[in-house]
Design a protein around this ligand. Structure first.
Ligand code: NAD
Ligand code: UGA
Length: 441
């Protein structure tokens, strides 16, 4: 099929590349000229494991192209995806202006029957808006081209994006007219060869709400486990044991039960806020979700407060921070817990030396300069002269540090493990002060 992917960010680029990998002909469009220039040279503008190789391979096979101009590629398309950003607006609702702008362009340019697929995460009713916007343009041009609008939210996780897209747990398609199903069987058939039942069709509004429901449910699990971990600290219980005990119940499941410094990322915080707003607009008080948000803000602060409580006075202390991205495997630092933690440390007068295998550039750009914040070229370099090390993001290269080497480089032997990656005994044996989240220190 001939596919146009509008928006070449984390979702559009992965989706477009994976669709080309199974043989579709994909043209990716983005307004950002810098991104498109890099992509045309075969360079990925984002870090996602395995993505650059896949991009290059499909470019070589002429199945994947990049442009800043939708007008160059829409003419041939069977399917046009909208995968642009839907950031949090000032009142907490999702800002769909970029989605609307793409719908308007499509309405102005489309010349043949087309399936328009909204892949961005959008509030319920946005597909109706997209349809109206396109129809308005078609009416103005007196065009009788048939355009169908479908909802097809994306469930990939950054860092595992290619695996998630190539082997999905399910693909949700919201269509008001079942006639459009054939297009999706063609498009996604190669991704669900093992189980065609993974392709779930439903109405558009249910599909739009499924995406917010899923992200909010996952955020709820994390906030609940974070609160339980605090209770573990007070009661002398171990959150790792409690997690294993809870997770063996198949009704609960083992995944997404890890306590940490609060969830971050470009989606959970904004999607929870947007669903709360949807509730408010429809006179439904989403009390659980309100609490989830409050608990997450508290958890990010609590992580920093552990460090402040230990030192009492952080003035002039040097703190090494390992991990800036909101999770391992990505260079994305949107809503990263590291931002809250580092800001609090700086506010208390500390010097911060930060390291991240991929996220340093984005972090420096988004966080801005601070005279007491510097970046290190390697994780060990960050430890030089540090009074403490704080593990914020559990990159695999941080998993098994050489504690003796670390002790030689640090001024103080203090470790705050906000991801419960290390064994307390190992650190105590070497004379470290060690604190973690919800486990006996
Ligand atoms: P992103 O910010 O990385 O990328 C969005 C891209 O759209 C940018 O490159 C921007 O230049 C481009 N764009 C904006 N307006 C445009 C226009 N009119 N024409 C062409 N390009 C335009 O965003 P993202 O993280 O890929 O997220 C996209 C959507 O997918 C959001 O709704 C998000 O909630 C959802 N989502 C994201 C993830 C994720 O892991 N990041 C996962 C699932 C769903
Ligand atoms: C999340 C969802 O997992 C995806 O299904 C969804 O498509 C995506 O949001 C989206 O809509 O954008 P992502 O944000 O990339 O994916 O990453 P996650 O692995 O979900 O992690 C989110 C945050 O939760 C991270 O800060 C992570 O450290 C934290 N987390 C995750 C925990 O604190 N504990 C856990 O057990 C799991």
């Amino acid at each position: 099929m001939r596919v146009v992917m509008v928006g070449t960010g984390y979702v559009g680029l992965v989706s477009g590349t994976c669709l080309s990998e199974v043989g579709h002909n994909v043209a990716c469009v983005d307004l950002n000229e810098e991104k498109i220039k890099l992509l045309k040279d075969g360079t990925s503008p984002i870090y996602e494991p395995g993505l650059e190789n896949l991009i290059r391979r499909n470019m070589e096979h002429d199945r994947l192209t990049f442009t800043t101009r939708i007008s160059e590629v829409l003419g041939n398309a069977d399917v046009a995806f909208i995968a642009v950003g839907t950031p949090e607006g000032e009142d907490g609702s999702a800002d769909v202006r970029y989605v609307e702008a793409v719908a308007e362009s499509i309405g102005k340019l489309v010349e043949r029957n087309l399936m328009v697929v909204v892949k961005s995460t959008v509030p319920v009713g946005t597909c109706d808006l997209v349809e109206e916007t396109i129809q308005k343009q078609l009416a103005q041009r007196q065009s009788n081209v048939k355009v169908t609008v479908a909802s097809n939210p994306e469930f990939l996780k950054e860092g595992d994006a290619i695996g998630d897209f190539m082997k999905p747990d399910r693909i949700i398609v919201g269509l008001n007219d079942p006639e459009g199903q054939a297009v999706f069987r063609d498009l996604y058939g190669p991704f669900v060869l093992d189980d065609q039942g993974k392709l779930l069709f439903m109405d558009r509004r249910s599909s739009e709400l499924t995406k917010y429901g899923a992200n909010s449910m996952l955020a709820t699990r994390i906030s609940f486990m974070n609160e339980l971990s605090l209770l573990c600290e007070r009661l002398g219980a171990d959150i790792d044991k409690v997690r294993q005990g809870i997770g063996t119940d198949p009704r609960i499941g083992k995944k997404f039960l890890y306590a940490g410094p609060g969830y971050g990322g470009s989606c959970f915080p904004k999607d929870v806020a947007a669903l709360l707003k949807t509730g408010e607009k429809n006179a439904v008080e989403l009390e659980v979700l309100n609490a989830v948000t409050r608990a997450n803000v508290a958890q990010k602060n609590r992580a920093a407060d552990k460090i402040i409580a230990h030192f009492k006075d952080l003035n002039g202390k040097r703190i090494a921070v390992w991990g800036l991205a909101f999770k391992p495997g990505t260079d994305d630092v949107r809503e990263a817990p590291a931002k809250t933690i580092i800001q609090k440390l700086l506010d208390q007068g500390a010097y911060v030396v930060a390291h991240d295998p991929q996220g340093q550039g984005n972090f420096a750009r988004e966080f801005g300069d601070h005279e007491r914040l510097v970046y290190a070229d390697s994780s060990y370099e960050a430890l030089r002269g540090a009074d403490a090390m704080v593990l914020v993001t559990e990159w695999s290269e941080y998993r098994r540090p050489n504690w003796d080497k670390a002790a030689d480089m640090m001024a103080g032997k203090v470790v705050f493990d906000l991801r419960n990656q290390y064994q307390s005994q190992e650190l105590h044996d070497r004379g470290y002060h060690y604190e973690c989240m919800g486990r006996p220190d």
